[in-house]
Design a protein around this ligand. Structure first.
Ligand SMILES: CC(=O)SCCNC(=O)CCNC(=O)[C@H](O)C(C)(C)COP(=O)(O)OP(=O)(O)OC[C@H]1O[C@@H](n2cnc3c(N)ncnc32)[C@H](O)[C@@H]1OP(=O)(O)O
Ligand SMILES: Nc1ncnc2c1ncn2[C@@H]1O[C@H](COP(=O)(O)OP(=O)(O)OP(=O)(O)O)[C@@H](O)[C@H]1O
Length: 669
């Protein structure tokens, strides 16, 4: 290829056990030509990551997780139209020593002005947005790392020689020293739960396979994806017996050991049930920024096991320590989930933080991001990109001296036009974003709810050494002083402790979701802190609705709601509106269930569908059989029409008026 010579580099990398990032920046034709030329010039099982790949061995960024656990020599990552940074990191983790990760990006001079298609995954904007803070952050890191090879269209490329690293001695097949120490411990474990966490390529899966070889008795392996357990299978040989998590739970299989690979990617409640079934369990999980992984897994899930044996593997095995590719990915994506042992000392100051800080003083927002990552189960690089460039994000930081010891992240919500808000209430529209604001309209009793303006607290965290000093509460107080909106809101997996915190911050509970979250096993709770008259009125109305419906929701959820239950048990105006929304528009059953329950008490009509579902508790399949209906849609339509009939029987004129009003709400232009 013209101008670019890599002679000897892959061989040098293989000798040193390293991998390198090579960035090709230019127009689409040029970058593609260069990438294909590199691919031809250097033998390997090259993987192309990107949509519309010009070669056969390819996968889209979103499908890459299916390849975790597999390994490649060299990869090309196409970030020209959109940069899925989680997939980029994942691709980096699959590369063997001696690999190049070739990254295709637009011309640096134009990149920051070009909309990034990946933003559709993490920004609520209907169109791709420009992402200047991330692009500048990325380019800044690339430019100052001498180990990154940067090849720009129209500019000469010189391969700077780097000081030779010592020769690498790949692992032999025998346990590495860290693996050996853990194996010693595990093979003597009488019973209990052990967890091994490590970044990519540290030999977790190999360790699990080696354990299978060494234990007496039998063992089962489970994991979110079987394909990702290839390494375990290789090291376990004939002792490898795999079962998918749900199949295992449904079976009566017993074994002396259960090995759960990538445990953090299995929903918490399912994992908890699996763990309870076996006398000895090994959980392994990757830390470093993938969704559903990280130290948060230990904090949230593993905290429940008294006597948990916890191990980590630090030394890389797939490549040598100090690998330049691993280092640049970690730097760019702030993969630093090492616990910070230093306690931030001294008095605390609270300051607002906006996205511009990423260009003015990047270390400051980076510290905020790291704190949030360490505290929150599901913080991933997607959040980093959202934090940097999505519209409507605001932050408050708590600093003790120069150290960030607490942070709060807010997202703007609401402000929909009154007509759109009504359409959301009626179930005709569900625009992107606006989690709590839309939920208040779609499940609550106020058609105008989503027209109010709000800021939702999406994350809040305080350094573990400074908790219970009032810092969390003060962060919320600062946020409420800064926000010129009708209310602040929060949506969180309900636990008594967290609710106590929000309550102490002045929040009022307005909604409890109808399903447990897969990740936490908790019901979603939504709460409001009103800041304006309109906010107070909405908050009061929704809280009263929750109090009135509490006993019925408790019946469906099987869990106590912490509000003073009470209110009219006969049909009132709110019920009429709700029931009309269910009967004549698209309100969901879950929003209407309490009003429907009161309707059944107030009518003598048979209403076999509604009574079957609500009074007899039949599930949808059984109820459909009884009613001779096929499918959920037909059942829902039947329930809606029964409701319409009951309203008409009560007061035909009123039902017709409401129907005609609500039907108008679908034309919301
Ligand atoms: C949308 C979301 O982000 S939900 C997730 C919230 N974040 C997390 O769970 C991350 C880990 N946890 C944390 O970082 C912190 O514990 C926070 C942010 C929840 C609370 O921050 P703190 O600074 O410790 O809270 P703060 O000291 O202001 O507490 C105020 C009141 O809340 C209540 N409270 C706070 N934490 C707890 C707790 N663990 N258990 C019971 N009550 C609590 C108490 O009533 C406390 O007052 P008190 O100490 O006088 O009794
Ligand atoms: N003791 C060992 N001897 C030889 N090869 C090893 C040893 N330990 C691990 N390996 C190899 O190193 C590579 C990385 O190991 P492994 O897949 O177990 O890591 P991991 O921590 O599970 O990483 P990932 O999450 O990236 O798959 C694999 O190719 C594996 O075969």
């Amino acid at each position: 290829m013209s101008g670019m010579r890599l002679s000897g580099l892959p061989e040098q990398l293989a000798r040193e056990g390293h991998r390198r990032l090579l960035v090709l920046s230019g127009d689409e034709v040029w970058t593609q030509q260069q990438a294909l030329a590199l691919r031809d010039a250097h033998p390997g099982d090259w993987l192309w990551v990107g949509d519309n790949a010009p070669v056969a061995d390819a996968c889209s960024p979103q499908a890459l997780h299916q390849l975790l656990g597999r390994e490649f020599l060299h990869a090309i990552f196409d970030a020209r139209r959109g940069f899925d940074v989680s997939a980029f990191a994942a691709a980096g983790g699959t590369l063997r020593a001696g690999s190049l990760l070739v990254l295709l990006v637009p011309d640096f001079a134009r990149w920051a002005d070009q909309p990034d298609r990946d933003s559709l995954r993490w920004s609520d904007s209907p169109q791709p947005i420009v992402t200047p803070h991330f692009i500048h952050h990325f380019c800044r890191h690339i430019a100052r790392d001498p180990q990154v090879l940067l090849c720009q269209q129209g500019q000469p490329f010189t391969l700077l020689s780097t000081p030779a690293a010592p020769d690498w001695h790949p692992a032999s097949g025998e346990p590495q020293s860290e693996q050996a120490a853990i194996l010693d411990n595990l093979t003597q474990m009488p019973e209990g739960v052990a967890a091994v966490t490590a970044p990519r390529g540290r030999g977790k899966s190999a360790l699990a396979g080696m354990l299978l070889q060494r234990i007496p008795g039998n063992a089962l392996v489970t994991a979110p994806a079987r394909a990702a357990t290839e390494v375990i299978a290789r090291f376990a040989g004939e002792r490898y017996h795999f079962m998918a998590p749900d199949a295992l739970l449904a079976s009566t299989q017993v074994a002396d050991w259960l090995i759960v690979d990538e445990a953090a990617a299995i929903p918490g409640p399912l994992l908890a049930q699996l763990v309870a079934r076996f006398p000895r369990v090994l959980l392994t999980t990757t830390v470093q920024g993938y969704e559903g992984t990280g130290r948060g897994f230990l904090l949230k899930f593993c905290a429940r096991f008294a006597g948990l044996r916890y191990f980590t593997l630090c030394a890389p095995v797939r490549w040598a320590a100090g690998c330049p590719l691993e280092r640049i990915i970690a730097e760019v994506l702030l993969f630093d989930d090492e616990p910070d042992d230093t306690t931030p000392q001294g008095p605390v100051q609270f300051t607002p933080l906006e996205q511009e800080a990423w260009s003015q003083a990047p270390a400051y927002p980076a510290a905020v991001y790291k704190l949030l990552c360490a505290a929150h189960y599901r913080t991933s690089p997607l959040d980093l990109r959202r934090m940097m460039d999505a519209p409507g994000q605001h932050f408050v930081a708590a600093r003790a001296g120069e150290t960030v010891c607490g942070a709060l992240w807010l997202v703007e919500e609401g402000g929909l036009s009154p007509a759109l808000s009504q359409a959301v209430w009626a179930g005709y529209r569900r625009p992107r974003g606006n989690l709590v604001a839309q939920s208040l309209a779609a499940h609550g009793g106020s058609p105008q709810a989503a027209a109010l303006t709000a800021r939702r607290v999406t994350r809040v965290a305080v350094h573990p050494a400074r908790q219970r000093e009032g810092i969390g509460q003060a962060l919320v107080a600062s946020a409420s002083q800064l926000a010129q909106t009708d209310y602040l809101s929060v949506s969180f997996g309900y636990t008594d402790e967290l609710w106590r915190f929000w309550q102490r911050c002045g929040f009022v509970l307005v909604r409890i979701g109808g399903h447990r979250e897969a990740s936490s096993g908790c019901y979603t709770a939504m709460a409001m802190l009103p800041l304006s008259e309109a906010g107070r009125a909405l908050c009061q109305r929704e809280h009263q609705r929750l109090c009135r419906d509490a006993s019925i929701i408790e019946y469906w959820n099987g869990e106590k709601i912490p509000v003073a239950a009470g209110g009219e048990s006969t049909l009132n105006d709110d019920d009429w509106l709700e029931l009309a929304g269910f009967a004549f528009a698209h309100r969901p059953f879950s929003a209407a269930v309490a009003s429907l329950t009161r309707l059944l008490l107030a009518t003598s009509l048979p209403l076999a569908g509604l009574r079957g579902k609500i009074e007899s508790g039949l599930d949808d399949a059984a109820l459909s059989r009884v009613l001779k209906l096929s499918g959920r849609k037909a059942l829902l339509a039947h329930l809606r029409s029964e409701t319409g009939a009951a309203l008409a029987q009560h007061d035909d004129e009123r039902a017709r008026q409401l129907q005609s009003t609500i039907l108008q709400w679908q034309f919301f232009q």
